[in-house]
Design a protein around this ligand. Structure first.
Ligand SMILES: [Zn+2]
Length: 473
């Protein structure tokens, strides 16, 4: 029996809503996270929810490595038909995260990042869909299997708290938890996207990301622009020249070769198929101003641009006053925060090194360049799915949503998948999620579509069931 929205409302909604009230921002946005205690409070809340689940044999532990954000681990031992032995059956990891993006105020009328509001079957709050729902979906799926008497494999629900900062704590925990995780064979990641809410969407690739601050200095302090301009160069102009080395200012094409990779043929075919069925899906959800012309020459091209091409975004700037305080001065420096998405197969560390080299070599006019707060996370492309998993995904989507599963690349980054793929070669992946149209992860008015949340939970049940049966056929 699949779970219904009623079941979810009865068993999970109140705790999910409490989670929505906690301002548990990721450490990058809350440097005092340890003393503020919000991440800890959210972890405790979710651990309490886990302890209330009715499992035959489970362990709920919050791990706290020194100086790192906590990780919640819920290990649910396998249940089997009596005649089977279960030792060699492998572990399934169900992954999600509980840290949140910053609130990004103001939200629309009547909505607030930390006050959950339900409108119809949609729940609005920061972190509700990215990725608060994941703990509930994972635990309710396993619990429902036990309630129905359907055997499930050994499951470790692993919920981390630094994902939105690029998962800086994850590698240490994967080292530490290695014995506990055991022989990992399948990884279900519940932090990904969906193009529509009418089926299970499985993510076939993710982009990587690099970020860095670049500071261009030209003077020791600001000087009257009547004296200095025309003699000393503007730091903004030097920055502009440096950025033009990275991207073509007309087209936005990235010019550093280390940041591109060949797009596989099957990816192009899949993009064509999605565009044929769903139209201009990459552009359709964007809140564009009237008259904005989108990049790319076709809907399929825009899908590829979003999932397999590198891009540059300037996401922060410093050294420039707001227009209200702007005086006639030649400013001493300009700092920009660069965020670059990378194609799935690009080595993020090599890409970061290349960008740093480009920004610091032969700087125009001998201006000083400093680079700081840099970081890199690899993208990921799914290994080929084993046939049992293809069948399980299809059954999962059909049972939960009444139609076939969809497969697509995503433009975001989940560092966990690349790390896990490297640590456990041969592991199979299902990356999925609820981040569909209007879910607004990272933006204002973040929203969880509750029926989709229940659908994904039911899909997880079917996939776990398929895992247990995979050697039977
Ligand atoms: Zn997320």
């Amino acid at each position: 029996m699949p779970l219904t929205l009623n079941d979810f409302e009865r068993d999970a909604l109140a705790v999910l809503e409490t989670y929505c009230t906690i301002p548990c921002q990721s450490p990058a946005y809350d440097p005092d996270w340890a003393s503020n205690g919000h991440l800890e409070a959210a972890t405790e809340l979710l651990a309490d929810f886990a302890r209330l689940r009715e499992f035959e044999a489970a362990d709920v532990t919050i791990h706290r490595l020194e100086g790192r954000t906590p990780v919640l681990c819920v290990t649910v031992e396998a249940t089997t038909d009596t005649e089977e032995e279960d030792d060699d059956r492998g572990t399934v990891i169900l992954y999600g995260h509980l840290d949140k993006q910053p609130p990004l105020l103001p939200w629309s009328e009547g909505l607030d990042p930390y006050t959950p509001v339900r409108r119809g079957n949609r729940l609005f709050a920061r972190g509700v869909a990215d990725d608060g729902y994941s703990t509930f979906a994972a635990l309710l799926a396993i619990e429902a299997l036990e309630r129905e008497g359907i055997p499930h494999p050994r499951c470790v629900v692993l919920i981390e708290a630094s994902e939105e900062s690029g998962s800086p704590d994850l590698e240490a925990y994967l080292d530490y938890l290695r014995p506990k995780l055991g022989p990992v064979e399948l990884m279900i990641c519940l932090d990904s996207g969906a193009l529509t809410y009418d089926r299970l969407w499985v993510t076939t690739s993710l982009r990587g990301v690099i970020s860095l601050n670049v500071k261009v200095s030209v003077l020791e302090r600001g000087v009257h622009s009547g004296l200095a301009s025309g003699v000393a160069v503007s730091s903004f102009r030097v920055l502009r020249q440096l950025l033009d080395r990275i991207e073509d200012p007309e087209t936005g094409d990235i010019l550093v070769p280390e940041l591109s990779c060949e797009i596989p043929d099957h990816v192009r075919v899949a993009a064509d198929a999605v565009a044929t069925e769903l139209g201009d899906i990459a552009a359709a959800d964007l809140p564009a101003v009237p008259g904005l012309r989108f990049l790319g020459d076709s809907p399929a091209d825009r899908i590829l641009r979003r999932t397999w091409r590198p891009t540059l975004s300037i996401v922060g700037i410093d050294g420039i006053p707001s227009p209200d305080n702007a005086g006639n001065v030649l400013r001493p420096f300009t700092t920009a925060t660069l965020s670059m998405r990378l194609p799935p197969l690009v080595d993020a560390t090599a890409a970061l090194d290349a960008v740093k080299r480009v920004l610091t070599t032969d700087v125009p006019h001998g201006a000083q360049v400093e680079i700081f707060h840099d970081g890199a996370a690899d993208g990921w492309a799914s290994p080929a799915l084993q046939s049992w998993l293809v069948d399980a995904i299809e059954a999962a989507s059909t049972n939960a949503f009444g139609r076939s599963a969809g497969f697509t690349g995503e433009g975001g980054t989940i560092p966990f998948l690349a790390s896990l793929g490297k640590r456990y070669p041969g592991v199979q992946f299902v990356a999925t999620g609820v981040l569909g149209p209007d879910s607004n992860a990272h933006g204002i008015d973040e929203m969880l579509d509750l029926p989709t949340c229940v659908g994904v939970t039911n899909a997880v049940m079917t996939i776990l069931e398929g895992f247990t049966k995979r050697n039977d056929s």
